[in-house]
Design a protein around this ligand. Sequence first.
Ligand code: HEM
Length: 140
Amino acid sequence: MSSTSLFERLGGTYAIAGAVDVLVDRLFENAGVIANPAVAEHHVAANGPGYKFLVTAWSIEAAGGPKCYPGLDMIAAHTKLHITDEQFNAVYYEIEATLRFLGVPEPETKEFMAIIEHYRPEVTQQQKVEQAGTLEPAVA
Ligand code: HEM
């Protein structure tokens, strides 16, 4: 484990903003991501700049950079979108592919992807599915 933060090793704000710029353009066109109608409704060009800003700030903080994210937490941001595991995977693979495309070294790619994976239960409906399992089954 390095003593420098992941934020620094990724190249700081400019490198992260540059990566998010590439990533978000690809996410807006990714068939697996926009298969979700609520996501497709949001992923339109007019939302690009604001979404890139929020995802950049989130990534800076998540990678151990300065506190600068002004947006919603991951549950509040995604709960109404009903994102499936498969749709989460589509985003996960696009993030990983973008980091590789940009030449981010393997250790930093793995470390960032572990952070993304950590948020899977908050972004998808896993928590609700677990809760639903505690409810009485509907009478047939
Ligand atoms: C760990 C993975 C993810 C991270 C870090 C992330 C990050 C973010 C951030 C920072 C926002 C802005 C929140 C705000 O408005 O304050 C957001 C919103 C959003 N995310 Fe994600 N996201 C993730 C996964 C996903 C996935 C898997 C999808 C779709 C398949 C998705 C679709 C969206 C959409 C459509 C919005 C906008 C919601 C709205 O404003 O109506 N996200 N996300």
